[in-house]
Design a protein around this ligand. Structure first.
Ligand SMILES: C[S@@+](CC[C@H](N)C(=O)[O-])C[C@H]1O[C@@H](n2cnc3c(N)ncnc32)[C@H](O)[C@@H]1O
Length: 345
């Protein structure tokens, strides 16, 4: 090996050879991120990574023998992920490496969210050339929006919002754009006197929720219904009056028309007398700060821009609430993650 290195250095010159190697390594970071990401998603979506997480001494040979899909493709993916250090193979055993375990922890939601918006990237050329339009030929994968967002929000947004809800002493929560209901599920777990109804306008999302409710509906205290929040139907007659309306990361999808949101909030206030609101929303981060810190917000902004969504500043939200005659009871804005929480009446 050393002789080959000497030969290359003689041929290219030391400085040139070192520069080329460094540049390749820098480029490889992007190539590897893309390749490993796709391979990771393939195993994640097949449930193989969950299996590995649960059974660290997984009988890999036995699994391969009975794998119903293309065994060669599976082996190629596993070999690659082991090569880049996310999996470890030891004889018949396959397990997550320490780095792989990390990816299955906090960043999992981010990876799921990226998978939700992956069709935007797979079709980026066509979107760029105007041959396809988001919402027409290209759409996000809604159940991954729900699970990715739910998983990420469990790390800070939901604990903050649940504390706000509990501080208000409310008993019947209506969650708008409930996604995978993770926010409401946690509320039902924490408080056995609370009842919750989640609505979402996406049929696929609600079908996913109904499946989850089939496993546990917290003795009937947790419900999900398909509905457009702007055309909210009559709610089930056996439900107590809604005294709290919540929404996490739902309203920014309509920020291109703030008047629609203002009028909507006013209508909700009229329909549900004395109702309190607990709202979590993205709050635009300072561009100079973001350039310096380069957090996942950069990718997150891109997903939103490609899918026609806008991010408003905390001040934008305050302005909308004020115009809707909603008074801020409590506010917590975390510039570091670009998220804010508002309890309102
Ligand atoms: C970004 S996701 C947030 C999901 C969830 N609240 C969370 O915290 O993870 C926004 C959700 O709002 C739903 N949504 C968008 N417009 C809606 C509408 N007009 N009525 C009801 N749900 C809506 C979407 O289907 C999606 O599930």
């Amino acid at each position: 090996m050393i002789n080959q290195i000497i030969k290359i250095v003689k041929l290219l010159g030391f400085k040139n050879a070192v520069r080329m190697k460094k540049h390749h390594e820098q480029g490889l970071a992007y190539v590897r991120g893309f390749t490993a990401g796709y391979c990771w998603w393939a195993l994640l979506n097949e449930g193989i990574l969950d299996k590995l997480e649960q059974e660290s001494l997984f009988n890999w040979s036995g699994y391969l023998d009975s794998y119903p899909g293309d065994r060669e493709v599976l082996e190629a993916i596993v070999e690659y992920l082991a090569g880049v250090g996310l999996l470890e193979r030891q004889g018949a055993r396959l397990q997550l490496s320490e780095q792989g375990k990390v990816l299955m922890a906090e960043p999992r939601g981010l990876l799921e969210l990226l998978w939700a918006y992956e069709p935007c990237f797979a079709n980026l050329g066509a979107l760029l050339r105007g041959e396809k339009k988001y919402g027409r030929e290209v759409t996000r994968r809604i159940t991954f929006v729900g699970s990715g967002s739910g998983r990420l929000c469990e790390q800070l947004p939901y604990p903050v919002m649940r504390r706000m809800v509990q501080g208000l002493g409310v008993k019947m929560v209506l969650d708008l754009g409930c996604g995978d209901m993770a926010f409401l599920t946690g509320l039902c777990q924490q408080d056995d006197s609370i009842r919750c109804l989640g609505i979402d306008n996406d049929a696929e999302m609600i079908a996913y929720d109904q499946k989850l409710l089939g496993e546990n509906d917290y003795s009937g205290r947790l419900l999900a219904q398909q509905a457009d929040m702007f055309n909210l139907p009559a709610l089930r007659a056996d439900l107590p009056p809604v005294d709290c309306i919540t929404a996490c990361d739902t309203f920014h999808e309509y920020l291109q028309n703030p008047d629609q949101l203002i009028e909507f909030f006013q209508r909700l206030k009229q329909r549900f007398a004395g109702v309190r609101f607990v709202i979590g929303e993205f709050c635009l981060q300072d561009a100079a700060w973001l350039k310096k810190h380069k957090t996942a917000t950069l990718e997150h902004h891109l997903f939103h821009q490609l899918s026609g969504q806008q991010i408003g500043s905390a001040q934008t939200w305050r302005g909308i609430f004020q115009k809707a005659s909603l008074e801020i009871i409590e506010e917590q804005v975390y510039d570091i993650i670009g998220h804010g929480y508002f309890a309102l009446k």
